[in-house]
Design a protein around this ligand. Structure first.
Ligand SMILES: [Zn+2]
Length: 408
């Protein structure tokens, strides 16, 4: 049994892992790093199937590229396909707007859809003599861990969260010999989730009381739903703008992938949805807008930022990780943002809240103990040593991209 990472071993982003054992060559995730311009993993070798853990672009973004070259089946859950498709279409559109070449065309994406094989959590399928079972990974609705049963049992985690949130149930450990584990938060723990949510709501209340407007930039997939659920029992006047609304409807069509569909539907019914440009001036008279993009790189958020840039009563509440090189990161680090091609130092309040959908360090350690593997392969992290050194009595492998290795 051998593995090779095509990307995303030593860093968060553009993940792809090849598994080779006997007659089976399987690819787990094949994503791109959605920067401007995006970064790609190494080209994939011929494979028997592609397994996609979830719909974020750093896991699914290169699937049309491989599918249009190899006509190979893609396996994922129904919400992963539906939301992933939306993001893939959007990434072609963004490439056009930003003026770089998308790694695949609309036509190739249409071709790729013919190879989508939707499989539900807890189901097992067989490919080249290997049985693969899908397990829930927490993280976002539809996110999956893959258990591969060959001579040894391997568990590929994808992105993982063990905490049960308002949106999804936390992942449970699966007994395995080799655990391929994401390590985004190796060496770091999250602040208490409920406390973060409490402080977030309190901040909105404060801003509203002082006559300001609150902008909540949020990723359309996962984070927007987390935020709407957090706002559910508060009587704020909330608008939703951007791709989050389409994602909401997809998720509410798949109740079995949610912790409580009723709650999500209720949260959706409490917000007003922006449908055209004219409504955006109306939005500014409300209390809160939840909008894309989560890292302030384009999307409706830009217009709202422009409207409140000189208003110290208003606030921008970031709700997710800001990748270096994005507008959101620049605003956090330097207090500067580019609006309409001009660098400005806005006067609104800026705060960041932790709603992470990844397991923190201690949760990763507990997850490893629960899976009880001989070997742990750490991926999807830039501080993997911190996790490897925190666990005793197991073999750790910290692979680099482009090298074949055997877990022993
Ligand atoms: Zn993810």
């Amino acid at each position: 049994m051998e593995f090779k990472f095509l990307g995303g071993a030593t860093e968060v982003g553009k993940l792809g892992m090849v598994y080779r054992d006997g007659p089976a060559t399987l690819l787990f995730d094949y994503g791109l790093l959605p920067k401007d311009p995006p970064e790609f993993p190494l080209p994939a070798p011929p494979v028997d199937a592609v397994f996609v853990s979830h719909s974020h672009l750093d896991h699914i973004g290169m699937v049309p590229w491989i599918c249009s070259r190899q006509d190979v089946d893609v396996i994922a859950t129904p919400p992963t396909f539906e939301v992933g498709d939306l993001l893939l279409q959007d990434s072609i559109k963004i490439a056009g707007l930003e003026g770089y070449v998308s790694p695949y065309t609309d036509r190739e994406l249409r071709h790729t859809r013919r190879f989508f094989r939707a499989v539900d959590h807890r189901d097992t399928l067989e490919i080249q003599g290997r049985e693969v079972t899908l397990h829930p990974a927490g993280h976002i609705p539809g996110a999956t861990m893959f258990e591969i049963n060959g001579p040894k049992t391997v568990l590929f985690s994808g992105d993982l969260h063990t905490l049960t949130t308002d949106l999804v149930w936390g992942a449970q450990p699966v007994k395995c010999d080799v655990l391929v584990l994401e390590s985004t938060y190796a060496g770091r723990n999250h602040p208490d989730r409920e406390k973060s949510a409490f402080l977030f709501l309190k901040k909105i209340e404060d801003v509203r009381n002082r006559g300001g407007f609150v902008i909540v930039p949020a990723f359309a997939v996962g984070r927007t739903q987390d935020i709407l659920l957090a706002l559910l029992h508060k009587h704020f006047d909330v608008w939703l703008d951007g791709m989050g609304k389409s994602v909401n409807s997809i998720y509410s069509d798949h109740p079995e992938y949610l912790r409580g569909v009723k709650r999500l539907r209720q949260a959706m019914s409490r917000v007003q949805v922006v449908r055209n440009q004219r409504q955006r001036s109306q939005v500014l008279k409300a209390d809160v807008v939840v909008c894309t993009s989560g890292m302030l790189d384009g999307g409706p958020v830009v217009q709202y930022l422009g409207a409140v840039r000189d208003d110290p009563r208003s606030a921008v509440l970031l709700t997710g990780y800001q990748v270096p090189g994005t507008q959101g990161r620049r605003l956090l680090d330097e207090g500067v943002i580019s609006l309409n091609g001009q660098d400005v130092r806005p006067r609104f309040e800026l705060q960041k809240f932790d709603f992470s959908a990844h397991a923190g360090h201690d949760e990763l350690v507990r997850f490893i103990e629960g899976c009880d593997p001989e070997t742990v392969v750490l991926m999807h992290g830039d501080n993997r040593e911190a996790l490897a050194s925190a666990v005793e009595g197991r073999k750790f492998i910290l692979p680099r991209e482009g090298e074949w290795f055997s877990p022993g």
